[in-house]
Design a protein around this ligand. Sequence first.
Ligand code: SF4
Ligand code: SF4
Ligand code: FES
Length: 244
Amino acid sequence: MPVVTFSIDGEQYSATEGENILEIARDHKIHIPTLCFLDGLSTLGACRLCLVEIEGTPKLFPACTTKPTEGMVIRTNTDRLKKYRKMIVEMLASEGNHQCAVCIVNGHCELQDLAYEVGLDHVRFPYLYPDKSLDATHKDFVMDRNRCVLCTRCVRVCHEVEAAHVWDIAGRGINCEIIADMNQPWGTSPSCTSCGKCVRVCPTGALFEKGAAVGEMHKERGFVKFIVNARKKREWVRVAPEDE
Ligand code: SF4
Ligand code: SF4
Ligand code: FES
C-alpha cells in the first residue's frame, strides 16, 4: 500500500494511504477532541469537534473524515481551533437541556468532559430550552431527546453492528431528532432486539437504562471496536473438524 509523509504539529509522520488524520493522531498519542466518532463505527464528520487546520487553505477540516496527502502540514491545537471547539460545545450546551446535576450520566458524560476540556465556564448564547419528547415505552431503556446531541452513534451502532436499524433522524435543522422505526414509540418497535448497544455508545444521558439513579449510569463504549475486530478476524466462526 502506498505511504504518505506529512507533518502534524511540526513533527513528521508517515502513514498508509487511506488512514484518516484522527486515527494517525491517536496512534501517535496526539489528542484531538471528538464527539460523534467512535472506534469501530463508520465516520460521519457530524460534530466538527475534531476540526484541524491544513496549511494553504483557510477552511478547517474534520480529522475523522480527512486523509492526509503527501507533504500536508496539519495543525491540531491552534488558538483558532480552540476558539471554535469551545464555541461548538457552547452551542450544544445551549441547544439542549443539559442539567448535569440531575442527569443519569453525571460524571460519565462525554459532553460534560468536553466542556471541562475546552474550559466552558459560561454560555454566551441564549438557552433554547427545547421541549422535546422523552420515550420511556421500552421495557429496559429510555430515550430523552432533550439530551441528544445528534451524534448518530445510536443510529450507526444499531445499523452497522446489531443490524437492526431501529433509529433514524427525522426533521431538519433545529427540528432534527432521533426516531424509532416509523416514528413510533420505541417500546412498539418490532425491529429492536433490546441488545442495549445504542444505550452504551450514547455519549450523553439521552439514552439510559431504566432504574439508574443520577450519576449512576456508566457507559462502556470499547465493546464496538472489540466486536468489529473479532468479526473481521472471524474469531467467532466455528470451524468444522474436517476443515481444520
Ligand atoms: S437496543 Fe439494540 S436493537 Fe434496540 S435500538 Fe438499541 S441498538 Fe438497536
Ligand atoms: S441519542 Fe445519544 S447516541 Fe443517539 S444521536 Fe442522540 S446523543 Fe447520539
Ligand atoms: S469526531 Fe470528527 S466530526 Fe465528530
